[in-house]
Design a protein around this ligand. Structure first.
Ligand code: PHB
Length: 386
């Protein structure tokens, strides 16, 4: 049997047919210079990875509205300029036979009111409650400002409408589907977590109420796309961006959430498992809640395909797929240094492990195309012309 015969076999996520089960995870690369419109360098990066055999590419976190994020040059999907930029990318990806989903991202309380995009938006930093996250840096603001106390959003439907509009825009941009980013301490996760959500209305309090925001956002997205082209990313283990609950609260909240999400008939649920990398330390203590996400939640998933995310190796992914435990595997870091990851796996070529961490997010100033290419589009293909 050839190596990786399961991982490299075709599948379907909902109604989206994939040529293999290797998914490129969303990776913040912060290179949509000069502001946040996808540019030709972004195009080259995604095109390389489509050419390198990806089954499905997840875009990096793509902002659904003008927000003051720590990542000044993260792309958006709120304007017609963004749609035009992404359309060129989705077209190029399709030429090479890959599929591409747009990851819909709102950072909520970890935006900053003094970031230029937040100022331009004319809106406060909205979050479920006026509770700040500990930690965080804003590399482009003077001093070392961490996160600030956000404004409690008066009516969360304001934000749900932003998801709806972003979903409409993603459709115009030619994506094959969209993913709701519901993990890693960003907006949806802030509603789920009882420490960041202290609301006393129908959007907070009980675990059922805390799940409402994510479920309503999904409903809005599904009205635009059908459910079989929509996925969700969920990280029950918390840690990052100062979220995380006791194991009992975690299991109660996420079991309900995952059951309700699954009932909607989504194409897939991407479960992020515990990884020390994403578990921040506060006051000398790790914040996350370690538990086995596959064991805890996959019995609740009856309809959606399961994708596993975080620190997977191709060997482990192959095994989990062959055992029927997951449908597909997300790889993040391996895609950075191996634009032709799938072709390397197919042809038994070694993976490039030599990553330049300095250039992960662009490598500092000056931010021009020459600088931005380094560690982005200049990692070698091992399989060219083979
Ligand atoms: C990050 O940019 O640090 C980041 C973005 C999205 C995630 C996790 C981390 O889901």
């Amino acid at each position: 049997m050839p190596a990786f015969s399961n991982l490299l076999s075709p599948t379907k996520l909902g109604s989206v047919a994939l040529r293999n089960r290797v998914v490129m995870a969303s990776l913040t690369r912060d290179r949509s210079i000069p502001t946040n419109v996808p540019n030709r360098l972004n195009l080259e990066y995604y095109e390389q990875r489509a050419k390198g055999g990806a089954g499905l590419i997840m875009t990096e976190g793509t902002l659904i509205s003008q927000q003051g994020t720590e990542w000044q040059n993260a792309p958006g999907i709120w304007s017609s300029e963004h749609v035009a930029g992404w359309k060129k990318i989705t077209d190029a990806v399709h030429v090479h036979g890959a599929k591409i989903f747009c990851q819909l991202w709102h950072v909520g309380r970890v935006a900053h009111p003094k970031a230029s995009e937040q100022i331009k938006s004319g809106l406060p930093v909205y979050a479920p409650s006026a509770i700040s996250a500990r930690g965080g840096t804003f590399r482009f603001l003077p001093g070392k400002p961490g996160y600030v106390t956000p404004t409690e959003v008066p009516d969360p439907n304001i934000l749900i409408e932003q998801y709806r509009q972003a979903a409409i825009n993603a459709k115009q941009a030619g994506f094959d589907g969209v993913e709701l980013h519901s993990a890693n301490g960003y907006l949806v996760n802030q509603f789920l977590d009882k420490n960041s959500n202290r609301r006393t209305d129908k959007w907070g309090g009980s675990y059922i109420n805390r799940c409402r925001f994510g479920l309503e956002a999904l409903k809005a997205i599904i009205e635009v796309w059908s459910a079989d082209k929509v996925g969700i990313k969920i990280n029950p283990t918390g840690g990052y961006n100062d979220v995380g609950m006791s194991l009992d609260d975690t299991l109660e909240t996420f079991s309900h959430y995952i059951k309700e999400v699954d009932d909607m008939g989504l194409a897939y649920i991407s479960l992020v498992r515990y990884t020390p990398k994403m578990d921040a330390e506060y006051d000398g203590k790790k914040r996350g809640t370690k538990h086995d996400v596959l064991e805890s939640y996959s019995p609740l998933i009856k309809r959606a395909a399961i994708i596993l995310n975080a620190d997977l190796t191709p060997d482990e992914a192959e095994k989990l797929i062959s055992e029927g435990k997951i449908c597909a595997a997300m790889f993040g870091m391996p895609w950075i240094g191996n634009p032709d990851l799938v072709e390397r796996l197919r042809r038994g070529k070694p993976l490039n492990q030599d990553l330049d961490f300095h250039t992960l997010y662009g490598g500092g100033l000056p931010k021009n195309e020459e600088v931005m290419k380094k560690g982005y589009t200049d990692y070698p293909f091992a399989t060219e012309g083979v």
